[in-house]
Design a protein around this ligand. Structure first.
Ligand SMILES: *[C@@H]1O[C@H](CO)[C@@H](O)[C@H](O)[C@H]1NC(C)=O
Ligand SMILES: *[C@@H]1O[C@H](CO)[C@@H](O)[C@H](O)[C@H]1NC(C)=O
Ligand SMILES: *[C@@H]1O[C@H](CO)[C@@H](O)[C@H](O)[C@H]1NC(C)=O
Ligand SMILES: *[C@@H]1O[C@H](CO)[C@@H](O)[C@H](O)[C@H]1NC(C)=O
Length: 437
């Protein structure tokens, strides 16, 4: 028996033992302080796509929707006036990549909601909704449900609200986004996240949808405006949360969302979190440069700097798939990367720098520089392979040029297997390597 066979057999044996003893990895986890995070199309996700679709094809497909999201994010930051209703319009949630399990109501009703750090509020499809999927929240089955009246302050925080001139009535509103729209009413109920219960949580209860791009079981906003989870949970979480997004290849509930200061990494490198009063929901950081291998790429400073009046700068976002830089920045990075890798180069979906995988060992590491923090991307976060496995591509792209784009977005693919900590009270963002596959 040769060594390879022994290894294989041992491995099978270990896997067999593990399988027979382990609980079903897709089964509900016991309640604890962490919330599991899974890729939208992971094996345990209710949104699992057809098995024939390889994970890399899915990413290429998902990344093709980034321009719509970038477009949306750009419209947000283009607002010139200080917004009195600092609420995302809901347009952000046409693209969702990671989902968490939450319970709403009393007794709790299970929903798999999309996580979105660039949106404040939560939206949940409710029973009786026209155009929603089969899984909805049933207000009638909850003893803690309460529709909100037009006169409550929260109603004024939702854009596009419409109240009868006579001042009373339910708080109802319509929102539209990328080809779809929905109508909703603002309601309250308790929201259960792992073992924590947030009573009287205000969210949009969706009554009707037209279009196909709303997350089937709702959206959980993790922005930092007034209707956000952080604001509504008051002192429970002290304005702190972190997540670890598992690899897109990962199937199970392995990533985690940690809410509150307890259990966060003790030593984690941090950088300042910037605040743009025009777009208070977005998490801006000071991106100062990039290295490709050992080369610190010269970048045009005007496309790097944070400017609250124009909205320009760099955000960390959980809803965009691949990192997008404004075109002059992306071009500079790409040109340096190409210099160091053997061509010829071809395109694949959003990626314009694909090369024969054999040359992958030549691919330089990409390091993002921020104030006080350098993030050297693991190779799995900077390269993507074609589904045939013959090509490797630089997994970044230019922001779509059809929008007045001033925003750089550090996206999911570049955040895999990192813990990203947001401390909105002390205005810090921390990043540490953590394998959460
Ligand atoms: C909820 O209950 C109310 C009052 O009994 C009823 O009018 C309504 O149709 C119910 N809604 C659904 C979706 O079952
Ligand atoms: C929402 O749109 C529907 C259909 O166009 C309309 O009937 C309704 O009055 C609108 N509601 C609000 C609150 O604007
Ligand atoms: C939630 O709202 C209900 C009904 O308005 C109220 O009785 C209760 O005190 C509130 N609970 C909390 C924790 O604010
Ligand atoms: C961002 O970093 C640059 C370079 O260190 C610095 O000049 C600039 O003041 C920083 N901007 C903010 C908003 O901290």
């Amino acid at each position: 028996m040769n060594l390879k066979l022994v290894t294989t057999l041992t491995l099978c044996y270990v896997i067999y033992i593990c399988k027979s003893n382990a609980i079903d990895p897709c089964a509900s986890q016991p309640d604890n302080s962490d919330l599991n995070v899974i890729p939208m199309y992971g094996k345990c996700s209710p949104f699992n796509p057809p098995k024939t679709d390889s994970w890399d094809n899915r990413i290429i497909n998902m990344a093709s929707k980034d321009p719509a999201r970038m477009n949306y994010l750009s419209t947000l930051v283009a607002q010139k006036t200080v917004s009195s209703s600092p609420i995302a319009s809901g347009q952000a949630f046409n693209i969702g990549n990671y989902v968490v399990r939450v319970k709403i109501g009393t007794p709790g009703q299970l929903l798999f909601m999309v996580l979105d750090t660039s949106t404040d509020e939560a939206f949940v499809p409710s029973s009786g909704c026209t155009g929603c999927s089969a899984t909805t929240f049933s207000p009638n089955s909850s003893t803690s449900y309460l529709p909100l009246d037009c006169s409550v302050p929260q109603c004024g925080q939702v854009r596009g609200l419409s109240c009868p001139a006579t001042s009373s009535g339910v708080c109802s509103f319509n929102q539209s986004y990328a080809g779809s729209s929905f109508s909703a009413t603002l309601v309250q109920d308790s929201l259960r996240l792992a073992k924590d219960v947030i009573s009287n949580y205000s969210f949009g209860s969706i009554n009707g949808i037209s279009g196909a791009s709303i997350p089937a079981q709702g959206l959980l906003g993790l922005g930092r405006g007034p209707l956000s989870l952080l604001s509504q949970s008051g002192t429970i979480y002290s304005g702190v949360f972190s997540y670890c997004l598992p690899s897109f290849k990962s199937s199970y509930f392995s990533g985690s969302l940690k809410l509150g200061p307890v259990g966060q990494p003790k030593s984690i490198r941090t950088m300042p979190l910037l605040r743009n009063p025009h777009r208070p929901s977005l998490y801006y950081v000071n991106f100062t440069g990039i290295s490709v291998g050992r080369v610190n790429v010269p970048l045009p400073n005007e496309h790097l700097s944070f400017d609250p009046s124009t909205g320009s700068g760099t955000i960390i976002d959980s809803g965009t798939v691949i990192t997008r830089f404004v075109e002059p920045i992306y071009n500079a990075i790409r040109d340096e990367f190409r210099k160091q890798v053997t061509g010829p180069f071809s395109s694949l979906g959003a990626f314009d720098t694909c090369f024969v995988k054999t040359y992958e060992t030549l691919a330089p590491a990409v390091t993002l520089h921020f104030t006080d923090l350098d993030l050297k991307l693991p190779m799995e976060n900077s390269l993507i392979h074609s589904s045939s496995g013959s090509l490797a591509c630089l997994a970044m792209a230019a922001a779509p040029s059809n929008v007045n784009s001033v925003l750089n977005v550090i996206a999911n693919y570049q955040q895999q297997n990192l813990r990203v900590l947001f401390d909105t009270v002390n205005s810090k963002v921390g990043i540490a390597r953590e394998v959460c596959n």
